[in-house]
Design a protein around this ligand. Structure first.
Ligand code: DGL
Length: 271
């Protein structure tokens, strides 16, 4: 018997929608619950201890209320801080979003890669370990952006965000040739799920062309693979769930998930 899974996706705000859209593309028949912990946004300023203290009980409540088949932590800051404690606390399968250092280093020809994340993400031991284990012969520059996730939220909600503000956050990613004896940066890891929301601006404002590495398609493949291990997945036609998709803001805001996703699907409401 095939099944149509319930998938819980969690971020600090709306950045996780950039991961969710890839999962919806792969599994349109699933039931989705998207949770934005916007009462605590931005996570980038929080300590590891604060994130663990906030997220472990929150996820416990969400698992209790929604019985998801899988939990996707669609936030780098959360993932590098709390994935271990979450896996230790709950038996549900978890998929995290962590800086895509390995694919970026594999793709880089100049062997100079930057990781653009929140301040918290670039400071975490989890991220440092990814560099130690997967940077291969690359020189990696860590760039902690204090405001870029908030600028992405602003842009998504239709507020004016200046080029100068975005540029000042991304400029440290661009290490020119000769600095430290190397070639110039040619790959930048989007190590925050909010940043793909600004991709058109990043492409336009970059001092020179680089590959912007977004792990979201790989995360969607991982979700499909793990759910497939639980049983045969229902065909990708419209969902047969008796409960509708949900969007939950911990601040109490209200919006439908179809409405939030529509801009990612050319204005159409996904099935
Ligand atoms: N979307 C989150 C991430 O991937 C970060 C945004 C925040 O600072 O809350 O890291």
């Amino acid at each position: 018997m095939s099944y149509s899974p319930t998938i819980l996706v969690l971020d600090s705000g709306l950045g996780g929608l950039t991961v969710l859209r890839e999962i919806v593309n792969a599994l349109p028949a699933a039931r989705y619950i998207y949770v934005a912990d916007d009462a605590f946004f931005p996570y980038g300023r929080l300590s590891e201890e604060d994130i663990i203290a906030r997220v472990v009980p929150l996820v416990g409540e969400l698992i209790g209320a929604h019985a998801p088949d899988i939990v996707v932590i669609a936030c780098n800051t959360m993932s590098v801080s709390v994935l271990g404690p979450l896996r230790a606390a709950y038996p549900a399968p978890f998929v995290g979003t962590v800086p895509a250092i390995k694919p970026a280093c594999a793709a880089s020809k100049t062997k100079r890669v930057s990781v653009l994340g929140t301040r918290a993400t670039v400071q975490r031991e989890y991220t440092q370990a990814l560099i130690r284990n997967h940077a291969q012969a690359c020189t990696v520059t860590l760039v902690g952006a204090a405001r870029l996730a908030s600028l992405a939220e602003d842009a998504l909600s239709g507020k004016l965000v200046s080029d100068a503000d975005i540029l000042s956050e991304i400029t440290p990613c661009f290490v020119p040739a000769g600095e430290g004896g190397g070639l110039r940066t040619d790959a930048v890891v989007l190590a925050c799920t909010h940043y793909p929301l600004l991709l058109d601006r990043l492409l336009r404002l970059a001092p020179w062309p680089v590959s912007w590495i977004d792990p979201a398609p790989a995360i969607a493949r991982r979700v499909v693979d793990l759910l497939g291990l639980l049983g045969p997945l229902a065909p990708n036609t419209a969902g047969d769930h008796d409960r509708p998709p949900e969007m939950i803001f911990t601040s109490g805001r209200s919006r439908t998930l179809a409405d939030a996703l529509a801009p990612f699907f050319g204005g159409r409401v996904p099935a």
